[in-house]
Structures are given as structure tokens and as C-alpha cells.
Design a binder for this molecule. Sequence first.
Ligand SMILES: [Zn+2]
Length: 393
Amino acid sequence: MPAAIDAALGTVPPEGCIVQLQGLSREELNGLRGVCLGQSREQEAKQRVGVRLDDGRELSIACANAASLVSFEDLPGKGIGGIARLPLGPGALVVREPPALLGRLGTQPDKKQFRSLPPAKQRAVFDLCDAYAESGAEEKTLEGIVATNGLPRGSRAEETVLCLLASRFNHSCAPNAEYLWVEDRKMEEVRTVRAVAPGEEICVNYFGDAVQLPRSARQAQLREGFRFDCRCPVCIAADPNSDHRREKLSKLGQEILSCRDTPERGLRIAEEMLEILQQESISAPRTVAQVCNDGFELSLLNGDKSDIQYWAHMSYEAHRLGWGESHEMTRRMRHYSQHPPSLASRSDSKAKPASAIAAVSTTEATAGTKDVDRNGAGQDGLAGGDSHLASLD
Ligand SMILES: [Zn+2]
């Protein structure tokens, strides 16, 4: 068994997993969280592990004092999945790891890159699922493993990353976590999108906006792309009302694109979209951020100051949960929610909407993946909660 998973099943937190410090005599450190850096040989002998805190400090901590937020366990009928070990709030970071391999969409994995990995990492790569081999008697291949587990490299959608821990999370059509590629750090992150209780499985969405499809279409895509039958709570419940709501969401997502000249109608659509996202438990902050950015731009076109303030605040909240307080878009939206901007003249907006909106644009920030297709195919990995509307300009 590869070291990363072996460690996860034992008491040593795996490299890249977020840990919470506890039981330390230096009281002020207890409760702080940081990224597990793994063990040097010396640390291994002493049952200690390296941890990098948010403020950049690197500590060597006894394993017993570094509680992993998530453990990777063999789940009946599902293979290995991630289970929350501590109560997690919305937006909690659970994994931050550098990719084991980088690649390009539609090309063969770089075998030289693979061979340059330490033997333990090579074994960990080959311990990942190969959806293209496991149904038959065929051997796993590097191609199959990368095709099954590769994630888009944020907004550089033509590039892919293969990550050892992030790949271990199972899919749900009502996910409680999401992927985020952070280009600045060159790291893949997994963050919760709502509160998660200890013992609950942490699941992500494998196929981006396709999660808005009705059940039969989702099942078909997951079978085709990932060779499994989804048995998430939504698929098991098979509620026709859920199918109707998701179909409606896709329709509204199209309709809102044509609302520049009827912003009031667009704002009602945005409200309805948020309600459905909530009802269907697919209100991941980065999906919500996109709707809120649409709402924000429509409210600018509509010109009602309290609306502008409301949508800026909604967008701020979504960005804060999805990307963190210090992200550029989070700060910008916080500023707009306190100092609502306005377009110079409504009558001008038709003539020069792009330039007018550019002054308060929501589209400049580039942060990472909004929607993720595990295959890395067909998704743009939109950045920073881009709005639909701005992309029409
Ligand atoms: Zn499902």
C-alpha cells in the first residue's frame, strides 16, 4: 500500500492533508490548522511530522498532536473515500497539495516525468483508480489513471494535474466540498462548501455544470466518463421534483444571458437560480459567486443602489467562502458592498456596456477552477466567479 494512504489509515497524517494542532503544552498553538508536510527520516523515527501553519511557520509536531481533518478509508462498494474527522465549517480547507504529475489534455502522460518521481510516489500514482481497467481483467495503465483522475489546471483548461489526495474523494451530485486549483501556489485544494459533521464522507463534484442535469443524464455521463453508477443520496432518492428543478436551473442559466436589456427580469432569474441551487444542495460558493456576479452586473445596469449593494454583498460572501478573505475578488466585492458603484448613465449603457461595466468589472481576477471536470474535458475552469454577462461583451 502506498505511503500516502498507509499513513492516512494509521496515525500519521498524509502529506497535503490539513491538520489541527491539539494537546500541545504551548497553549497558543492548540486549535491552529496547517498543512502536513510529511515526515523526514528523522521525524519518522521520532513519530513526528512537519506542519506549515498559515502564517508560514514550519513546526515539527508529535503525530499525536496533529489531528488530520480528514482520513482516507476503504468504504464498502466505493473504494477509498475521505471521511471528516473533526467538525468542519463551510469553506474549510481539508487538502492542499502539489500535483504529482502535470500534463496536457489529449496527449499521452509524460512517462519521463513519472519515472523521475520517488518510488513511493510512483506506487501511490499506481494505487489510484483506473476506471478503464477495473471493469475488465486488464492491468492499470498510466494513461487510464491520468484519464480517470486528472483535474484541469484552473483556468488553463488545456492543462491537467494529477493529485494523490484530491483524487481520493468520491463524487456526489449534492457535494459538500469542491476542488480549487491555486495557480499562485501551484497547489490543488479541496474545501468544504457547507458544514460537515465528523464521520460524514467528504464528496466533490466530478463533472462541473453537468451536475445540473436530471438524474438519468447524470448517471449516463458518470458511467461513460468514470465507469460507475452514482449512488449519492440524490441519485438514490430519484425524486422527479429534483430533476425538474435541475432542468429549470439550466434553462434559467441560459435565459439570464439575454437579460442585459431587461435587467429587472435578470435579477429575478438570479434570485430563482440561487434558490434552486440551495434546494438541490449544489450551492457551492463558486457556482453561487457566478450567479451573484451576474446579479451584481444586472443591478448595475438597473441602477438601484440598494440592489447593487445587496448583490455585491452576496458576491462577497460567496467569494469569501470559495477563495478566502484575501482573494482579490473577495476584497473587491467587499469594497463594492460598502461603497456601491454606479454606471454613469443608463441610456449610455446600451452604446458602451462593455466599457462601462469594465470600470467595475468582476472579470479581471483569475483564481482557479469554478467548475471542474475530472477528465479535464469540456470545461473552461472559469476564474474567480466570472459572470456570464461579462463574457458576452
Ligand atoms: Zn449522484
